[in-house]
Design a protein around this ligand. Structure first.
Ligand SMILES: Nc1ncnc2c1ncn2[C@@H]1O[C@H](COP(=O)(O)OP(=O)(O)OP(=O)(O)O)[C@@H](O)[C@H]1O
Length: 401
C-alpha cells in the first residue's frame, strides 16, 4: 500500500517512522473484521485511523458512523447506540434505530470509549461477541454486522483497576492495538505541521504566512506539546492572527508556549483585568481576538469611507447604520440626514465590563447559533473538541441559543 497516497487522501501530514508504523498497521488490518483500539494522548490524530480502516475495508460502501461517547448524555447513550421503541421513556414519541442498526455492514468509531457508562459497556460487549443487541424498551433481539474501532486517550488499565471499565470489554476491543505517538515522539514532523497550519491560515485570511527564524524553530521542535497536534495548530493560528511581523523570533514564540503545557504565559485582557486563563479559555479568547482582527479591518475600511466624506449620502447612511448597530459609533437621536462624520472627531469604543464567563458564554452561543445548534461544527469554530464544548455547555448552563 502506498503510504504517501493514503496520507494525501486523508490530509495526514508527516513522515516520521513512528506515525508511518501506526498507519501501516491500520492498513494491514483494514480488510479484516477485527476490532481495533486506537490509543494515544489527546490531539495526536487518532480520528484518522478509523477512517483509514473503513476506507480500505470491504465495508467501504456501507456506513461509517463516528460516535463521541463522551459527548452524549448518559441517559440517552443506550438509545443512541442501540435504538429505542416508541413509549420506552418520556419523550420517545417514535421508535428509532440506533447507530448499530444504521451501520449494519459498515463501521462504527467509538471515540472516548472509556466514557461509556457501565450498562452500555455490557450491551457493547454483547454486540461485539454475538452481533446481537436489543433496542431500549424492546424484548426482541436483533442482529447486526458492524466492525468497531474504538479510541481512548486515557489509560484503560488504570480505568479497569478503578472499576470504571470492564476488563472483558477491554480485551474484546483491543484485538488489534494501534498506538499513535505523541508529537514529542516525532519531532521531525513538528515544523512541517506548523508550516502547513500557518499556510492554511494565510490562505483563509489572505495574508502572508508566518515563518520562524532558526532559534524559534529549535524552540518549537523541543517543546513538550502536551496538547499535541491540536495545540500546535492553535499556536500556529494564534501567532498568525495576533503578530504583525511575519517572521517569528524565539522571544515572540515563547509567549505562546505555556511553561508546563497547562498554563498560559500570555496575558489576556478581559473586562478590565489581566487574566491568566486555562487552555480552553485561552483558546476561545484567541479565537475571539482573531475574529475581531478580521472584523476590525472591515470596520476600519468602513470608518475610513465614512470619515473621508467620499460616500454618497445613501452610502454614508448605510455604513453609519451598520457601525451604530455594531456599537462602533454612537447612535444619533433623530436622524433624517446622513451624519457628517467627516467633521466629527469622536468615535467612541463600546465600554463593556464582561466577566470571563460571559465572554465564554457569548462565544459559545454565537458559534452554536451560527451552526443552528450543530455542536460538531460549533466546536470546530471554537478550536475545541466536541466533548469540551459539551462539558462547557453543561457547566455554563447554556440551554437556549
Ligand atoms: N498528522 C496530522 N496531519 C494533519 N493534521 C493532523 C494530524 N494529526 C492530527 N491532526 C489534526 O489535529 C487535530 C486533532 O486531531 P484528532 O481530533 O484526531 O485528535 P485525537 O487524537 O482524536 O484527540 P482526542 O483524544 O482529544 O479526541 C485535528 O484537527 C486533526 O485534523
Amino acid at each position: 500500500m502506498d503510504l504517501i497516497a493514503v496520507k494525501q487522501r486523508f490530509g495526514i501530514i508527516g513522515s516520521s517512522e513512528a506515525m508511518d508504523r501506526a498507519l501501516e498497521i491500520a492498513l494491514r488490518v483494514a480488510p479484516t473484521d477485527l476490532s481495533v483500539l486506537v490509543t494515544g494522548e489527546s490531539g495526536v490524530g487518532k480520528e484518522f485511523f478509523p477512517q483509514v480502516i473503513h476506507a480500505y475495508s470491504a465495508r467501504k460502501h456501507n456506513k461509517y458512523i463516528a460516535v463521541n461517547c463522551g459527548a452524549i448524555p448518559e441517559g440517552t447513550i443506550d438509545s443512541e447506540l442501540f435504538g429505542h421503541e416508541k413509549g420506552s421513556f418520556t419523550g420517545a414519541t417514535e421508535s428509532r434505530k440506533g447507530y448499530f442498526e444504521e451501520a449494519d455492514g459498515g463501521t462504527i468509531f467509538l471515540d472516548e470509549v472509556a466514557e461509556l457508562p457501565h450498562s452500555t459497556q455490557v450491551r457493547l460487549l454483547r454486540v461485539l461477541q454475538t452481533g446481537e443487541f436489543i433496542r431500549v424498551g424492546s424484548s426482541k433481539t436483533q442482529k447486526t454486522n458492524v466492525r468497531v474501532v474504538a479510541a481512548t486517550n486515557i489509560n484503560l488499565q488504570t480505568a479497569i483497576k478503578e472499576g470504571r471499565f470492564r476488563e472483558d470489554l477491554y480485551y474484546r476491543l483491543n484485538t488489534v492495538p494501534i498506538y499513535v505517538p505523541a508529537l514529542r515522539e516525532r519531532k521531525e514532523d513538528i515544523y512541517t505541521l506548523f508550516r502547513k497550519f500557518a499556510s492554511d491560515v494565510a490562505i483563509q485570511y489572505r495574508m502572508p504566512p508566518i515563518t520562524l527564524d532558526a532559534q524559534a524553530r529549535t524552540m518549537l521542535e523541543n517543546y513538550y506539546w502536551r496538547g499535541n497536534i491540536r495545540q500546535l495548530k492553535n499556536v500556529a493560528e494564534q501567532i498568525s492572527a495576533i503578530e504583525e511581523s511575519r517572521v517569528i523570533t524565539a522571544e515572540v514564540l515563547k509567549k505562546y508556549l505555556p511553561d508546563d503545557g497547562s498554563q498560559t504565559t500570555v496575558p489576556v485582557y478581559v473586562g478590565g483585568q489581566h487574566a491568566q486563563s486555562g487552555d480552553f479559555e485561552r483558546e476561545l479568547l484567541y479565537k475571539m481576538l482573531f475574529d475581531m482582527r478580521t472584523e476590525m479591518s472591515d470596520i476600519k475600511g468602513m470608518l475610513h469611507e465614512l470619515l473621508s466624506g467620499r460616500s454618497t449620502p445613501e452610502q454614508a447612511e448605510r455604513i453609519a447604520g451598520f457601525l451604530q448597530a455594531a456599537n462602533i459609533i454612537p447612535a444619533s437621536q433623530e436622524q433624517t440626514q446622513a451624519p457628517n462624520y467627516a467633521e466629527s472627531e469622536e468615535v467612541t469604543e463600546p465600554e463593556k465590563e464582561l466577566t470571563k464567563e460571559e465572554v465564554l458564554r457569548n462565544a459559545i452561543v454565537k458559534a452554536l447559533r451560527k451552526h443552528n445548534g450543530r455542536r460538531k461544527e460549533a466546536a470546530k469554530d471554537l478550536f475545541i473538541s466536541e466533548r469540551t464544548l459539551y462539558r462547557k455547555i453543561k457547566e455554563l448552563g447554556i440551554n437556549e441559543y
